[in-house]
Ligand binder design. Structure first.
Ligand code: NAD
Ligand code: ZN
Length: 361
């Protein structure tokens, strides 16, 4: 079994990675939150495939399991869903010490985590992420929350789980496009902090895309370790955690202007990373060679490198709407080379325009 430890100022917990570990879910939950009752809050379509296994594992550990299902999709990451899930917990009279377990991708993890953080002012929370993106990104770091009509992720909290349980075997049923979106976040981690991981992904790209078991485990472990390391230094995003926004300011502008769902988040991040690396080249912060290597890896992983874009003024406006803006200035994470990046809020506007042009179809 592979294990990454999350060390924070006020708490620490383990992130377990092992093929087949879903069948031991109950044992792990029982170690960190023993009780006679628990709630399994799951993505509806994930529940159809893995729900019985998860429920059985929890029952074997002595839990009486209450199930709450979340309809699939980003549109259901809402306060309405939170209300429905509260009702399930209240009707079952779940108590302060009853754990809540999420089973699904980032949508379900963020929503269930918010439910766990607020139900009775907080109950033990265990994440069981089932998409690559949720395994390497969303389930690590304790950000939970939901969307409102005014914007994505505007309501939420920092709430750390007691454990994260990752079974790479569940990726076998994940649609290929979703899998590739998770790879974009892996490329992000490599670009901002681990040149060795970047080399390794270049060398193993075929085995990654074939879902080779050993390679997947290593991919997940290395990426979880990077994210856990960054969050461990800066849990509430006052400094270094902002590096994780690499590619995201351009990416969010693509997502909003294209209309959510047209370009997937991971695809927008892949395009955003290319654009911001072009910007870094224009700003003489990084070499053309780094740009070429990044674009080549993204392409080989089956992610887009060009896209039909909205007019540049509209894109610029969308960039300034990002919630990571401080005092009206766009803060961008710019790469210096593979494995190193820096944060800046002063770049030439014509370079931003040039960056947009570099990914336009
Ligand atoms: N909390 C954080 O730090 C953080 C970080 C990054 C992203 N996020 C959030 O994560 C969300 C995106 O998460 P996502 O990409 O996992 O999307 P998702 O949860 O919508 O899952 C994508 C799709 O895959 C399906 N699915 C999930 N696992 C499956 C499996 N094993 N087999 C078959 N189908 C499966 C789901 O039903 C869904 O249709 C966004 O809401 C984003 O804001 C949060
Ligand atoms: Zn992202």
């Amino acid at each position: 079994m592979r294990k990454v430890q999350m060390e924070l100022v006020h708490t620490r917990y383990d992130i377990f990675i092992e093929p087949g570990i879903l069948s031991s879910l109950g044992k792990i939950v029982h170690k960190v939150a023993p009780h006679e009752q628990c709630a399994l809050l799951a993505d509806e379509s994930v529940y159809r495939i893995y729900g019985q296994r998860a429920k059985q594992a929890l029952r074997e550990a002595g839990y009486n399991v209450v199930v709450g299902l979340q309809p699939v999709g980003e549109n259901n990451k809402t306060l309405d869903t939170v209300g429905d899930l509260y009702k399930v917990l209240l009707d079952a009279k779940l108590e302060r010490r009853s754990p809540v377990i999420s089973l699904g991708g980032g949508v379900n993890g963020d929503t269930s985590g918010f439910v766990a953080a607020t139900y009775l002012r907080g109950v033990p929370f265990i994440q069981c992420p089932t998409t690559l993106l949720a395994m390497v990104d969303a389930s690590v770091g304790g950000k939970v929350g939901v969307n409102v009509v005014q914007g994505k992720n505007l309501i939420g909290s920092f709430y750390q789980p007691r454990a994260v349980v990752i079974d790479p075997q569940v990726l076998a049923s994940l649609p290929a496009r979703e899998f590739r979106c998770g790879l974009a976040e892996c490329v992000k981690h490599a670009m901002i902090s681990d040149a060795g991981l970047f080399d390794w992904m270049e060398g193993n790209r075929n085995r990654i895309l074939q879902l080779d078991g050993e390679v997947l485990e290593e991919l997940i472990e290395r990426n979880v370790a990077i994210k856990a390391g960054i969050v461990g230094q800066d849990e509430k995003e006052h400094g270094v955690r902002a590096l994780l926004n690499f590619g995201h300011t351009f990416g969010h502008a693509i997502e909003t202007t294209a209309g959510y769902g047209v370009v997937e988040h991971g695809e927008a991040v892949a395009l955003g990373m290319i654009a911001v690396t072009r910007l870094a080249v224009c700003e003489k912060l990084c070499s053309e060679e780094t740009f070429v290597r990044l674009a080549a890896l993204i392409e080989k992983l089956g992610l887009p490198t060009r896209v039909a874009l909205a007019p540049v003024p509209e894109l610029l406006r969308a960039m300034t709407m990002d919630k990571k803006i401080i005092d009206g200035r766009i803060r961008l994470v710019l790469p210096q080379k593979v494995g190193a990046a820096t944060i800046t809020d002063s770049v030439a506007e014509e370079h931003i325009t040039e960056a947009w042009k570099s990914i336009e179809k």
